[in-house]
Design a protein around this ligand. Structure first.
Ligand SMILES: O=P(O)(O)OC[C@H]1O[C@](O)(CO)[C@@H](O)[C@@H]1O
Length: 449
């Protein structure tokens, strides 16, 4: 089977001829540090050989739990934030019908996401929607203490128990969390929920191929064995013994760092399929939380084309030249729509009659790439044969491996996220959380100045 392919030729034209090759020894060292567990953050390398270590029995256990939810729920709410949410949403939205929530075909439960914001209206409207639904909940939190998720789960648990009774609630609430610590674990054990463990050595943003992503994806009706198979094949294709220029993750990591060294501080991930919007969001967390530290790191931005060509296109074509783009291009759509001919041709579009819509999309993509390169924007292109579980697995692992190499090249600890604590500390101080008395006093004094 063909793999996803990375083309960097429209980026390297902005670099010295030997710029990518010069990274080979550094990339090799980064890969060896990962393999040998000698890189910073080496207690978070559980994702590295995760795909090849997932057994059919484990997939079977996940599918069996998914089946219980599928049989007993019209709606399943996935509660989680950041890495405990974005991977599942990426795959589910990429593979679902774009109008899934309107179809109401009862083949699959409706999947909703909660615990990823603190919007009161969002929660009120979701709870109102659930009021007459047979619903279940997957509560996902590695730490088990994240406020956004815990808040949503408290509401959902109560509503589920009130609506469906304690016994049924116990059947349709599943926890994915730490083996021992955190409130989500305590609640799951006390209530007797089915639970899955997030391995200690897999950080949130690298956890989509653990039950964090696999369980919700299975509940939504998708083939998690194929997702894992795609990731496992990419694990092989990016292994430490694969020659540098044949290893797409190595080349991508090298190219983005070479561009960064030339002042290209912002990378824009681009897709041409609305279903890939959440791949953008997942990728932003993966690269943003991994690399944005010690006052350095490429800023990960993202756009959905052609939609955003009509909003951000001007900036990309003509704004400050500090950007480069990485385009995800899906070679074959899953459906076929031909442009109809029209006798009156009032819109002047008969020149497209008989063509597939995707041909127009592809010419938009090519035309945009050429225009942006002409405008001084280096472009990489990741070509994906078709949007399915297998290739999403490849994409996920490709980006994870590249991120770990790239962070190492940048000289940061790819696997921590100390900066995220700052807002939490202030929020808890402002909310008078027990244990934050000193911080509460300090922050109030600052605000009253
Ligand atoms: O799974 P948890 O512990 O709820 O964390 C969710 C997200 O929050 C962060 O820890 C940041 O606070 C992310 O790294 C993580 O993906």
């Amino acid at each position: 089977m063909k793999n996803i392919q990375l083309d960097i030729t429209k980026a390297t034209q902005f670099l010295q001829a030997d710029a990518i090759a010069a990274y080979e020894p550094k990339v090799k060292a980064a890969q060896e540090a990962l393999e040998n567990g000698t890189c910073p953050g080496n207690d978070f390398l559980g994702w590295l050989h995760l795909p090849s270590s997932i057994t059919p029995d484990f997939i079977g256990e996940l599918n069996a739990t998914a089946q219980v939810l599928r049989e007993n729920c019209e709606v399943v709410v996935v509660a989680g934030i950041g890495g405990s949410y974005l991977g599942a949403r990426t795959v589910i939205e990429a593979l679902s019908n774009s109008f899934q929530w309107l179809l109401n075909d009862k083949k699959n439960p409706v999947i909703l996401f909660a615990g990823n914001n603190i919007g009161e209206d969002y929660l009120a409207e979701m709870c109102a929607y659930l009021a007459d639904k047979k619903f279940g909940v997957i509560n996902i939190s590695k730490s088990g203490t994240t406020t956004e998720t815990a808040l949503a789960f408290r509401l959902l648990k109560k509503q589920c128990e009130d609506q469906r009774g304690k016994d049924m609630a116990r059947k349709v609430i599943v926890a994915v969390t730490d083996a021992q610590k955190g409130a989500a674990r305590t609640t799951a054990d006390k209530e007797g929920y089915k639970s899955f463990i997030i391995p200690d050595n897999v950080g949130g943003r690298f956890s989509v191929l653990t039950p964090v992503g696999l369980l919700p994806i299975a509940v939504a009706g998708f083939d998690i064995a194929q997702l894992v198979a795609g990731a496992a094949d990419m694990e092989k294709a990016t292994a430490v013994d694969v020659p540098f220029m044949e290893n797409p993750s190595a080349v991508y990591a090298a190219c983005r760092n070479a561009l960064y060294a030339e002042g290209k501080k912002i990378e824009i991930l681009v897709n041409y399929q609305p279903k890939l919007h959440y791949l953008n969001e997942w990728w932003k967390q993966l690269y943003g939380e991994s690399e944005g530290k010690d006052q350095k790191g490429i800023f990960p931005a993202a756009v959905d084309f052609t939609t955003d060509l009509h909003s951000m296109g001007q900036w990309i074509q003509d704004g400050e030249r500090t950007i480069f783009e990485t385009v995800i291009s899906i070679e074959q759509p899953n459906h076929k729509v031909l442009f109809p001919s029209d006798d009156e041709n009032l819109d002047g579009l008969n020149f497209l009659a008989g063509k597939r819509v995707d041909e127009v999309n592809k010419m938009a993509e090519l035309g945009t790439q050429l225009a942006h390169v002409d405008g001084g924007v280096p472009n990489m292109r990741l070509s994906v044969p078709v949007l399915n579980e297998y290739y999403l697995g490849q994409i996920i692992y490709f980006f994870e491996k590249a991120c770990s190499i790239s962070g190492n090249l940048l000289g940061v600890n790819t696997f921590n996220q100390p900066g995220v604590e700052a807002y939490k500390k202030n929020m808890f101080a402002l909310l008078n959380k027990p244990g934050y008395e000193k911080e509460s006093e300090a922050i109030r004094a600052r605000l009253n100045k």
